[in-house]
Design a protein around this ligand. Structure first.
Ligand code: ASP
Length: 341
């Protein structure tokens, strides 16, 4: 399934464009780029799911854009967009999170402020409706960067965060995916098991605000049938999420490979130290380094000049962007054209 070069060859999928007329008005340069996972599977798409996924992507873009248009920081745009995606059952984050081996949902998320390099992350929470909000609270209301499991939930309670019953995260599609993965495991089909576990629906956002500040955030249910407290790349700063003054990245894909490649940081390091564009750096890491190591997935990359790229090497990646004009652009499959700025 993974066509390594697919995200490379088709230029609309790997865009790098500078927004025209930048900096004439305070909001002229703002841009928000989102993804909702590189695990697009046409064969398993339920009737109406494509339409509702597109609607959710557009709603997320509008929510983030509203923050940017109001002059709010990139962090607010990232949080607002991700909350919408977490609430949408189509994606593997928040409400639509995949199931663990034990039939639970364990959620991971991270957020990073490029201007200050402050970051917050949580892993393995089971009762937080919007994990991205808790990750942000870790950053803003604690001296720490990362909290896990029961400790993260105790912190959430201490700051008055609303909890949901774990059944909130039960969706039929994800439950069936777990049953399939468990059957494959029982039959000893290890390779099939890995394939059936790869429902990359992680959501993420990167934004550039009117003051030129960048931010990145990512939220996920991880991988189907995960166990032993497995944590993927999404909440790990530098692996699935990273932002500094020049570059912001959110990834989606086979987390173990993103962790080993320190993928998000490597992309930003290439931008910062090698002078690569968003497109060059994204292409090098996502479509060359990760597949070379045996992994797959995608990412969104945004640089402080307003250039962005959305590389991936799977059948599709839920993705979109919105500029200062407030018109959302979304795409799902590899062959879908995504308008350029
Ligand atoms: N990267 C996520 C993980 O490995 C999965 C995904 O992108 O959906 O946890």
């Amino acid at each position: 399934m993974a066509n390594i070069l697919s995200g490379l060859a088709a230029t609309p999928l790997l865009m790098a464009a500078t927004l025209a007329g930048a900096a004439e008005t305070p909001a002229a340069k703002t841009v928000l780029v989102i993804h909702a996972g590189a695990g697009v599977e046409r064969a398993t798409m339920l009737p109406g799911e494509e339409k509702s996924a597109r609607a959710a992507l557009e709603a997320a873009l509008r929510a983030g854009h509203a923050a940017l248009a109001a002059g709010k920081p990139a962090l607010d745009a990232v949080s607002a967009a991700i909350v919408v995606l977490e609430d949408a059952p189509e994606f593997n984050a928040g409400r639509g999170a995949v199931f663990t081996h034990d039939g639970k949902n364990e959620l991971d998320a991270a957020i990073m402020d490029g201007a200050t390099r402050r970051a917050g992350a949580i892993a393995g929470v089971q009762r937080i409706r919007n994990p991205i909000a808790l990750a942000r609270a870790v950053m803003e209301k604690s001296p720490h960067v990362m909290m896990t499991g029961a400790g993260a939930e105790a912190f959430a309670a201490s700051i008055g965060m609303t909890f949901v019953d774990p059944s909130y995260f039960h969706t039929e599609k994800r439950w069936k995916q777990l049953q399939k993965a468990l059957r494959a495991e029982k039959d000893g089909k290890a390779q099939v098991d890995v394939e059936t576990a790869k429902h990359f629906g992680t959501v993420g956002a990167v934004a550039l605000d009117a003051k030129g500040r960048l931010a990145a955030g990512t939220s996920t249910g991880g991988m189907t049938n995960k166990r032993y407290g497995r944590v993927g790349d999404s909440p790990i700063i530098g692996a699935g999420t990273y932002a500094n003054a020049r570059c912001a990245v959110s990834g989606t894909g086979w987390g173990e490979f993103y962790i080993r490649a320190v993928a998000a940081y490597d992309i930003c390091a290439r931008v910062e130290y090698a002078g690569q564009s968003a497109r060059e750096a994204g292409e090098a890491v996502i479509n060359r380094e990760i597949p070379k190591a045996g992994g797959d997935g995608g990412a969104i990359v945004l640089t402080s000049d307003g250039n962005f790229a959305l590389p991936f090497n799977t059948e599709g990646m839920y993705r979109g962007w919105i500029g200062a004009d407030g018109v959302p652009h979304v795409a799902i499959y590899e062959e879908d054209e995504l308008a350029e700025p």
